[in-house]
Design a binder for this molecule. Structure first.
Ligand code: GLY
Length: 256
């Protein structure tokens, strides 16, 4: 079945890392309610949501995607580029160890899971303010024995590779052409509506695309292409420079 790891929103969320956004108030109660609705959407799409322990002193700890890369054969524990986030990985490793053999990115490598885009057996790593070439090299060394090819790409004007591009259920991509060059991927793609730059981060669960509620025009574009779309309001966590994929790690697990 599909497992979705999530972690509660910490009360310190307003002190999160910000790279491209200006700081504005983030209301914990509203963020928590939106996070609850996000988890409910995952459950309605067939995921078993497994909660990691809350980490009150780690403001970005709700963004679990950045802490690991999980493929069918193994998992790689990340080494987040922001020092303030490095304490997030231990509990993720403990939980993922029950499902996968683990490897770990070590210094001087840095890698955020949000910079890793999987398209079948091709893995793209965005070189960003968080992920460096050594992190990408280590990831490649862990995944190549399983038949994955790993290549780097550059990210511009946004935090992570997956801020700019996401996979869709049929293998096409959804991307924001201002932040990433679609030709880099050799896969057909759709563009977000130009008014909705952050709509490029969508979460696919089986055949369904989970889309931010603010991305009304992009949602229509996806529906007109035949995709099944559900919307989730994640506007409060968006102020923390996060998209929908950031709040979970979704993977297949054999559970008896
Ligand atoms: N606030 C999300 C991040 O910077 O990692």
């Amino acid at each position: 079945m599909l497992v979705a790891l999530t972690r509660p929103v910490p009360t310190s969320i307003a002190e999160c890392e910000l790279t491209h956004l200006k700081r504005e108030p983030i209301y914990w109660a509203r963020a928590t309610e939106q996070h609850r609705q996000y988890e409910a959407a995952l459950v309605s799409l067939g995921c078993r949501v497994e909660h990691l322990p809350v980490q009150p002193a780690l403001p970005d700890s709700v963004f679990v995607e950045d802490t690991a890369v999980v493929v069918d054969e193994c998992a790689v524990i990340a080494r987040p580029g922001a020092k303030s986030r490095r304490g997030e990985t231990a509990t993720v490793a403990k939980t993922l160890g029950a499902y996968r053999t683990l490897s770990k990115i070590v210094a001087p490598g840095t890698l955020d899971g949000g910079d890793v885009l999987q398209i079948g057996r091709r893995i793209y790593v965005g070189l960003s303010s968080r992920t460096n070439t050594d992190g990408a090299r280590q990831l490649a060394a862990f995944l190549q024995p399983f038949g994955y090819t790993v290549q780097t790409t550059t990210v511009r004007e946004c935090l992570h590779l997956k801020s700019a591009v996401s996979t869709l259920p049929d293998g096409r991509l959804l991307l924001n052409p201002r932040w990433i060059d679609g030709a880099a991927f050799a896969v057909p793609y759709l563009e977000v509506d130009a008014m909705e730059p952050h709509a490029a981060n969508v979460l696919c669960v089986s055949k369904t695309v989970v889309c931010p509620a603010t991305a009304v025009r992009t949602r229509k574009r996806l529906q007109s292409e035949g995709y099944e779309v559900v919307s989730v309001d994640a506007s409060e966590l968006a102020k923390a420079e996060a998209g929908l994929t950031c709040c979970s790690i979704v993977f297949w697990a054999d559970i008896g």
